[in-house]
Design a protein around this ligand. Structure first.
Ligand SMILES: Nc1nc2c(ncn2[C@@H]2O[C@H](COP(=O)(O)OP(=O)(O)OP(=O)(O)O)[C@@H](O)[C@H]2O)c(=O)[nH]1
Ligand SMILES: [Mg+2]
Length: 426
């Protein structure tokens, strides 16, 4: 597959954004249509194209056959000429049939939100794992689109580069894609195994894991950069970060935590992408605390928070304790801040100015402490190994040398508690 599906950004793409404003009960979106299109325009810009116009149709639901109604499609044809556009981008993921029909009716390149996001991810993935995950998502998306295409596609090329693939070509493409998907799945599995190994090593060391999560562009990477020397790319762009970065941070009480930064969320995150990134995102399940970073200056902050909580539920992380971090408080922020009943705690910061981050860490420390169990044990001097373990691993409240052994009052994690059980003093 030498060519990319649509190669947006190669030449100057001039696109028209197309949205459908649906009845609330049909809409998958928590945001108003205009806000969705603002976001889509940002995405298109990040992908390297220019938005020349936008248009919205009010419908009960999207047209199952061609996304928009016939009248709107006629109107769009005129708009394409007026604005000298080279393509359209629909705000929802199109079915293979919708894509095919729209391209035939408009005789122009048709893209959707998903393909734009996949494109951005493809350009941004740096690590081996990220690249594999993005290619998998792209190929699966492409395969599902190829499946619905017949001979008619050969006329327009269906977006596979600019060639008309024809029936035979489609068959070879299909076979190639399937083989490549199998190969990538094997590579992804290897990486997963390696990752699990790393995780096992990390949990042995026992440092609590604190993960930054949040809507894209909220300031997650800026936080980890301000606190550590992580040097993660932080930009005023959607999806600046795709790869996971973990750094040690020492809390004021001396506890070390592992702070993790990863990919941001967005509404209507493509299904294929969530699947492909599941391995990365599943890391979140192993976090002891999630720091939910919110761009408090964004007018859609409340919808962003909803999307983040929904995505966390989809990933099975609904039980992990959350501290909400309202960021960008140095900007014009509408007060009061939205209530957050899901979070255990909230804190206000400006990551860019480094303000409030100390307080944020204090809250982390406080929450971590509330999870800890304390224990008193009398360990005989013959158990040198166990005493050494406690010194290396547990936080000491009191240590006393008695005739029978060392009396230890300590904070314990589960593993330490098990090892010390037989010496426990009630
Ligand atoms: N004014 C202001 N800008 C901030 C603050 N924190 C971050 N930013 C800016 O917001 C933009 C996004 O920041 P990032 O740290 O890249 O955001 P992110 O959450 O990592 O975004 P993704 O990786 O795309 O998910 C950058 O331009 C930052 O400089 C802040 O406290 N105040
Ligand atoms: Mg980032």
């Amino acid at each position: 597959m030498a060519k990319e599906l649509h190669e947006i950004g190669q030449a100057e793409e001039r696109v028209i954004l197309v949205g459908v404003e649906m009845d609330e009960r049909n809409s998958r979106s928590v945001m108003a249509t205009e806000a969705c299109l603002d976001e889509l325009e940002e995405l298109v810009k990040t992908a390297g194209a220019i938005t020349v116009a936008r248009t919205v149709q009010k419908r009960e639901r999207v047209h199952p056959g061609h996304y928009l109604g016939k009248g709107k499609i006629e109107e769009l044809k005129l708009m394409l000429q007026t604005y000298d556009a080279s393509g359209i981008v629909c705000d929802d993921e199109l079915s293979p049939a919708q894509l095919k029909n729209l391209e035939q009716m408009l005789e122009i390149k048709v893209m959707d939100r998903t393909i734009i996001i996949l494109d951005i991810f493809a350009a941004r993935a740096l690590s081996g794992e990220g690249k594999i995950q993005v290619e998998l998502a792209q190929l699966k998306y492409r395969l599902s689109r190829l499946a619905g295409m017949g001979a008619a596609m050969s006329r327009l090329g269906g977006g596979i580069g600019t060639r008309g693939p024809g029936e035979k070509k489609l068959e070879t493409d299909r076979r190639y894609i399937k083989e490549r998907i199998a190969e990538l799945n094997r590579e992804a599995q290897d990486i997963r195994t390696h990752r699990e190994l790393l995780r096992a090593q990390r949990s042995k060391k026992g440092a609590p894991v604190v993960s930054l999560v949040g809507y894209t562009n909220a300031g997650k990477s800026t936080i980890i950069n301000t606190l550590t020397d992580a040097g993660v790319l932080a930009e005023d762009k959607l999806f600046a970060t795709l790869d996971t970065t973990t750094r040690k941070v020492e809390l004021s009480g001396g506890t070390e935590i592992m702070l993790t930064d990863t990919v941001g969320f967005i509404q209507k995150l493509p299904h294929h992408l969530i699947q492909a990134f599941r391995a990365t995102l599943e890391e979140l399940k192993y976090a002891d605390i999630l720091l939910h970073v919110v761009d408090a200056s964004n007018p859609n902050r409340q919808e962003h928070m909803q999307v983040v909580y929904q995505t966390l539920r989809d990933l099975g992380c609904q039980d992990t304790p959350v501290i909400t971090v309202f960021n960008k408080m140095d900007c014009d922020v509408e007060l009061p801040l939205p209530p957050d009943t899901t979070a255990r705690d909230t804190v206000q910061v400006s990551a860019a100015k480094g303000e409030g981050l100390e307080e944020m860490l204090l809250r982390v420390e406080k929450l971590l402490q509330s999870f800890r169990k304390s224990m008193t044990a009398l360990v005989p001097y013959t158990e040198g190994g166990l005493i050494g373990w406690v010194h290396g691993r547990c936080e000491m409240i009191r240590e006393e040398h008695t005739a029978e052994g060392v009396l230890l009052e300590i904070y314990v994690d589960e593993e330490s508690a098990n090892r010390l059980k037989k010496y426990e003093v009630k």
